[in-house]
Design a protein around this ligand. Structure first.
Ligand code: WT7
Length: 653
């Protein structure tokens, strides 16, 4: 059967929630959604003012939205609040301090549980340690941690004292960490000796030591003991958390923050230049995280919620730490890999902790499919009632598998589209209302005015593809790029003269108006649900002495969504092995420079790259070659057409 017929067939399927699900759902019918959505657009002040007042403010806000400084929004001006107070104190003060906030499991199977009262006490102690080390309001703190409770505590402790956290994914290399520490001007780093990953130790402290070598402004490296191997120690700078906590008070008053004070920076890849430090502020961000967690995941008392992301990504910020805790949820956090010590690990955890809401990424779902149904079928997953996915478009086959094998054909699936920049979920089904379609992110969330435009900014008709754009400010939107106001304007607002936020994704709407995301339109790769820029991988490649020029493209991959294929021109002539040995070296080099996530799946070494007469590399051609497609494109602008055969047959490392 041809691909296009299959797509048409799958698009017709739609799955309404069961009567049972709908009966208990927070939002169960379309007209309520439409009313609420309409109000959130026509009267954002009324709508979001009310939502924000559900949270505890230390001082009330005097205005809801100020868009006069567009494209930098101000939400809830005049108000003061503290996000750790919203996430912890309010629940303890309401008498829910004894309820479980966090159930954590390490990869080796060790377990720790914290109630809201316990988590609050830990966060206060942690915050007092930071204070004692001289960290104060507005300072930037890098967090480079495994998935242990202290990662969440570190974020909340920063928030408590008004320090700005910048979490760097533990899979990034020392060099990537340096770049982020330097760009953010971080003066302290919170890390651990290591974390467990597939039975081995991820040596985080070693990487930090290397990363801060030339970062003289870093006065403190606060280290959690986790894996217990010997680590190097720099007296004066390095501090063990468990030693520093000795005798420290478990009370620490939350710093009253202005709604527009910066809460955190989180770096993400753009198509050109260095990673962007996306800036999120306090009031709008927590309102967005709170509201979306509540409605998209239909959170109710008694739920046990598990998001499998890492805190190093925005998903871990909004849907492990801030959104669930703001809602007083009980959540699960897991340190390790989904296949350690066995391929049924996630389902074992779901069964053991009676998880009811489960949120993961398409790349993980495809891996589970590959590992086989037996691993899922072995466990009792009857506690699950809602499933979610995020990070990249999900192919209908994976969606259906997720629904049937994991969800027992009874759980709605929320396919949530959003970005580091948007702070919270933007397009999504609402599980009690939507008849979901495999592969569609369905409808805009409250406050989201989404459109699909052509290059000129005209809305395209239903069924036609275009660029996804957002028309007006929403509370959790980014406020800018750290230290680079101009790049914020250029990247997101220049395409249509400041009238729309440009997401950088292609999309279309179907006849019913539902949104389907088609993937990135810029030179950004999406590997396992994480963004990487072609440019960064290319600069890592050319930083190797054996490479003169490099071009990186993506090809579709069954498991990771997209895989990286690099075409490189070697400094010397192509060796007799066709460049195989160089390719092997380069893969390791990129992994060391950026992180394993960025390691090319394939490297083709060739004396030349296809260029136009004006010297531009023809990436479209490279993409077709990488995907093994026949070249149907116009190649007449190519300087030397014989090059194509060379690249097609080139040895792959
Ligand atoms: C990009 C944002 C938001 C947390 C994870 C990634 C892609 C995200 C979906 C989805 C299709 C998706 C987009 C987006 N993406 N969710 N449900 N369907 N594509 O955050 O690293 O900021 O990446 O991920 O291309 O622009 P991020």
């Amino acid at each position: 059967m041809s691909q296009s017929i299959e797509t048409v067939l799958t698009e017709d399927r739609s799955f309404p929630p069961s009567d049972e699900f709908r009966g208990a759902a927070r939002l169960a019918d379309r007209s309520t959604y439409e009313q609420m959505w309409r109000r959130s657009i026509d009267d954002p002040e009324g709508f979001f003012g009310e939502v924000a007042r559900e949270l505890p403010w230390l001082e009330p806000f005097t205005s809801v939205l100020d868009w006069s400084g567009a494209p930098v929004a101000r939400w809830f001006d005049g108000g003061k609040l503290n996000v750790s107070h919203v996430c912890l104190d309010q629940h303890v003060e309401a008498g829910r301090g004894g309820e479980v906030a966090l159930i954590w499991e390490g990869e080796p199977g060790d377990e720790r549980t914290f109630t809201y009262a316990e988590l609050l006490a830990e966060v206060c102690r942690f915050a007092n340690v930071l204070k004692a080390r001289g960290v104060s309001k507005g300072d930037r703190v890098a967090i480079y941690m495994p998935m242990i409770p202290e990662a969440a505590m570190a974020m909340l402790a920063c928030a408590r004292i008004g320090a700005i956290h910048s979490v760097v994914f533990g899979g990034f290399s020392a060099q990537s960490l340096t770049d982020r520490i330097e760009d953010g001007g971080c003066t302290a780093v919170i890390t651990a000796d290591g974390g467990w990953r597939r039975g081995s130790i991820l040596a985080l402290k070693d990487a930090v030591d290397e990363a801060v070598q030339d970062q003289a402004q870093v006065h403190t490296v606060l280290c959690v003991r986790r894996t217990e191997q010997a680590v190097a120690w720099s007296e004066g700078r390095d501090v063990w958390l468990h030693e520093a906590l000795d005798g420290v008070s478990d009370e620490c008053a939350p710093e009253p923050m202005d709604a527009e004070d910066v809460l955190f920076l989180l770096y993400t890849s753009g198509s050109t230049g260095k990673p962007k430090g996306i800036v999120h502020t306090t009031g709008g961000y927590i309102v967005g995280a709170y509201l979306s967690t509540r409605y998209v995941f239909d959170l109710r008392p008694g739920d046990t919620y598990w998001c499998t992301a890492d805190v190093g990504w925005i998903t871990g910020h909004s849907y492990i730490v801030y959104g669930p805790l703001a809602n007083g949820a009980r959540m699960v956090m897991y340190e390790g890999a989904p296949n350690a010590p066995h391929e049924g690990r996630f389902w074992e955890l779901c069964e053991k902790h009676r998880v009811s809401i489960f949120y993961t990424a398409p790349t993980a779902i495809r891996a589970f499919m590959k590992w086989g149904d037996a691993h899922v079928e072995k466990y009792d997953l009857s506690s699950l009632r809602l499933l979610g996915t995020v990070g990249e478009p999900i192919n209908p086959a994976a969606w259906i598998w997720y629904r049937e094998k994991v969800g027992g054909s009874r759980c709605p699936i929320v396919d949530t589209w959003w970005q580091t920049e948007t702070g919270s979920i933007m397009l999504t089904p609402l599980p009690g209302m939507s008849a979901t379609k495999p592969g569609s992110a369905m409808t805009p969330f409250f406050g989201v005015d989404a459109a699909i435009l052509d290059e000129e900014g005209n809305e395209v008709g239903h069924g036609e593809g275009g660029l996804l754009a957002i028309r007006r400010p929403w509370p959790s939107m980014l406020r800018g790029i750290w230290g680079d106001e101009e790049r914020y304007h250029d990247t997101y607002w220049s395409r249509w003269d400041g009238r729309y936020y440009m997401a950088g994704d292609g999309a279309r709407r179907d006849a019913d108006g539902n949104f389907w995301i088609m993937g990135r339109v810029d030179d950004v790769l999406n590997v396992s649900g994480h963004r990487l820029s072609t440019m960064e991988v290319e600069s890592a490649l050319v930083s190797h002495e054996g490479v003169v020029e490099a071009a990186v493209v993506a090809r579709p991959d069954d498991l990771t969504g997209e895989a990286i294929v690099a075409f490189v021109i070697p400094t010397d002539e192509v060796a007799d092995d066709g460049g195989l040995a160089l390719g092997v070296l380069l893969k390791a080099h990129v992994a060391a420079e950026i992180g394993k996530l960025a390691r090319p799946a394939e490297i083709r070494v060739s004396p030349r790259l296809p260029k136009t007469r004006s010297g531009k590399i023809m990436r479209r051609l490279l993409r077709a070659i990488a995907a093994g497609e026949e070249i149907r494109q116009d190649t007449t602008t190519l300087e030397d057409p014989t090059i194509l055969d060379e690249l097609r047959t080139g040895v792959k490392a």
